[in-house]
Design a protein. Sequence first.
Length: 469
Amino acid sequence: MRILLLPVVLALSACSLTPGLFKPATPIPEMYPGQVPADATAHGADLGWRSMFGDRRLQRLIALALENNRDLRIAVLNVEAAQAQYGIQRAARWPAIDATGNATRQRTAANDGSNPAVPAAVQNQFGVSVGSSAFEIDLFGRVRALSDASLARYLASDHGRRAAQIALVGAVADAYFAERLAQEQLQLSERTLADWRQSLDLARRLKAARQSSGLEVAQAEGQVATAEADVQARRRAMAQAGHALRLLVGAEIPAGLPDGLPLQDQPVVSQLPAGLPSDLLYRRPDIQQAEQALIAANADIGAARAAFFPRLSLTASLGYTSPAMGSLFDGAQRAWSFAPQLSVPLFSAGRLRSELRLAEVRKSSAVVAYEQAIETAFREVADGLAGRETFAVQLEAQARVAASAERRSALSSLRYRAGTEGRLELLDAQRQLYAARQAQLDLRRSAFGSAVALYKALGGGLRDADAGP
């Protein structure tokens, strides 16, 4: 047993050639552009997605997507694969001890004729042993570095799974609002088509009564044709939005879900506290994923450096061997073997140096990717905050535009029926009203999209309930 304990003792005394990890300075300012000092006790990522999105239909769709989405399943399986790979690499730091039992029975050939008195013989051999084969004693930390790198990649994959969940929650919300927008735009187009058909019917009756010309009828017909084409486009957009939503959910949309709320009644939280930019370092899983990738790349350098030094491996066994089963465990039949092996790299045609250079370049790339992840997160939050500050004012202004266009259209219709205004003025007023209402729907949808983007940028979407104190 002393022989078997020797590798463990040597492994515990191994040195490490992994360089110290120095993360780069955070490449972002201390405050978001145009923001006052933030309240450090509140953060949008602590808001559960059920509180963020109050529409019960949307809540059910998000829950279904978290259960059935294929991309999220792949992310979970990737985590399990990385965990298994880490288990394999971690096991290499310990000797693999095997128990072996064997029995041999063989017949030796008779003498070749020089001594006819020696006949053929049958021999038996039995043996049992416990031992370890080719266990590497980690003198320079190569095995430990590989294990550390594997652990970091496992943690990175888990952070990737969390980032995938955040992205999925936001994608389902975006697709749902796109479907709501397409449905309301279709309803608006169908109402407008019905109104413009009535206007065309009026123009035809006036022409039949010789109170208008064929030009006004042609204008009304063109207007109706435009609305008919728009209705088909809206139907196509609604079908495509439904297909995108179903793909994200990963299953057929159940028939018993609650009815969806109109866009103007959607209870979406838009005023999200953003905290400080430094909060993103531990709120955003993608930044944590990039950090773990940097740790793994740094550990790979330690493994590449250790490859330049001698490598010591050990094969040892302890057991019994005997020609008879009955005397197998007698003290005189005990046998052991101890076979250390030392290999020193002498010539590899530059392979080891190239592997070290490759590990160093990959670490430099991981540093850049880490900085890029931080900068991207900062920009996404800054964009979301800019949207938070401007969309409310823009929506209010667009509502005034739509109300003004509605008043103009009503007055133009009265004047046209009274004969004091031409068909062209009425046509322009109706088109302006239709465009203003469509723009109002588009803007409301964009405001919700901005709120969802800010929620994702802050790292929200991992919880379904609000975080406790």
